[in-house]
Design a protein. Structure first.
Length: 340
């Protein structure tokens, strides 16, 4: 940890394998930060259990998440990689923040509104309080910047509101000196890839929990599976890519290809104007296959070296826990707990 560097922190849920939305909208964009910032990246298993999880799969996907970060280029020597449930301060601060949040502000979260609809009358309470736990994740480390996809912007705003509220309620440290309790975090949203849409319904974001087969391209899909999913991608009833206003399904394919190739949207679009949709699908599939293959191979290699992976996770836990406990202790003191 270098105190002169800004803190960058982000996380992915270990539900299923990561998909290309997670990669293009989040993980891939973290790489340049390794040299510039004090980085913490983790697997949010506490967030995963907001919906039912098979224990064996959750455990395996948690290892897979950390292996995925590493395979995508996150060097554990340059960032703290850890697992959320191994650092108790996350759940502890989440409770304190829950008591400082309101039902009204949590009811306004669009992710809660979307996800709760899938649960009929038995909506898990965790889905409702999910963003408070995320705020705790962020505020525990004095985080300055949070690189996430577009869908997380509203949660970031809640984290900022909670930080400001707590700073206002508890302005003095235990020695009576005025100092802000929490750093106010800023979101960092990628310009390209921030919102990869479902291949089956381009009105919905690509999501791990989407039950529709083919909606989501996972980083552990085989070359064949990736090709098949792009081939079957829903576009519209037209046949050729128009110069103006391509439909959402076509835009999504162009975005995905542009984002993998790190080219502007317009440049990729211009290659397909007047051509049949099939060319765009085949090329986008082939770009995705080429980019995903080395990542998939590396994930498998790391997963097979469980001793090494466990060591990385253990080291990350030690570093993260030491940092988080300091902040949690300060919070406990300020709110009037007698402390450790
Ligand atoms: P679920 O939809 O089941 O909640 P998810 O697919 O959104 O899961 P998360 O683990 O919640 O996956 O997201 C991890 C990161 O990936 C976040 O930064 C999020 O903004 C980003 N992300 C998720 N889906 C997309 C997407 N479709 N396009 C771009 N970024 C995305
Ligand atoms: N809610 C996020 C995952 C997440 C997160 C975080 C992201 C949990 N805690 C802290 C950034 C910082 C999501 O992508 N669904």
């Amino acid at each position: 940890m270098n105190p002169s560097k800004k803190v960058v922190l982000s996380a992915v849920q270990p539900t299923n394998s990561a998909h290309i939305g997670n990669y293009l909208g989040a993980i891939k964009n973290w790489i340049p930060y390794l040299e510039l910032y004090d980085c913490l990246f983790f697997a949010v298993d506490l967030h995963s259990i907001t919906v039912n999880q098979d224990p064996t799969e959750l455990r395996e996907n948690t290892y897979r998440s950390i292996a995925t970060y590493m395979a995508c280029g996150i060097d554990p020597a340059k960032a703290t990689l850890f697992v959320q449930s191994q650092v108790p301060a996350h759940a502890e601060l989440a409770w304190v923040l829950t008591c400082n949040s309101s039902m009204g502000e949590l009811s306004r979260m669009t992710q809660y509104k979307d996800k709760s609809q899938r649960h009929g009358t038995h909506i898990p309470t965790g889905l409702f309080t999910y963003p408070v736990l995320m705020a705790a994740d962020i505020l525990l480390y004095g985080t300055h910047l949070v690189p996430v996809g577009e869908d997380q912007k509203q949660h970031l705003e809640l984290a900022r509101d909670l930080a400001e509220r707590m700073n206002h309620r508890y302005p003095k440290d235990s020695a009576g000196v005025e100092s802000p309790l929490f750093q106010i975090p800023e979101p960092m949203i990628a310009k390209v890839g921030a919102r990869v849409m479902s291949l089956q319904d381009p009105a919905l974001k690509m999501s791990k929990s989407d039950p529709s087969p083919g909606a989501c391209v996972f980083l552990n899909d085989s070359d064949k599976e990736i090709e098949k999913k792009f081939k079957r991608a829903v576009t519209d009833s037209g046949t050729e890519v128009p110069a103006e206003n391509p439909s959402p399904g076509i835009q999504n394919l162009i975005q995905i290809q542009a984002s993998f190739l790190e080219e502007p949207f317009e440049k990729v679009h211009s290659r397909y104007i007047g051509k049949q949709y099939g060319y765009l699908k085949v090329d986008t599939a082939s770009v995705a296959v080429e980019k995903i293959r080395p990542i998939r191979t590396e994930i498998d290699k790391i997963l097979n070296d469980r001793d090494y992976l466990t060591k990385v996770i253990r080291k990350g836990q030690e570093t993260a826990a030491a940092r988080a406990e300091k902040v949690r202790n300060e919070v406990y003191k300020r709110i009037g707990f007698i402390g450790q």
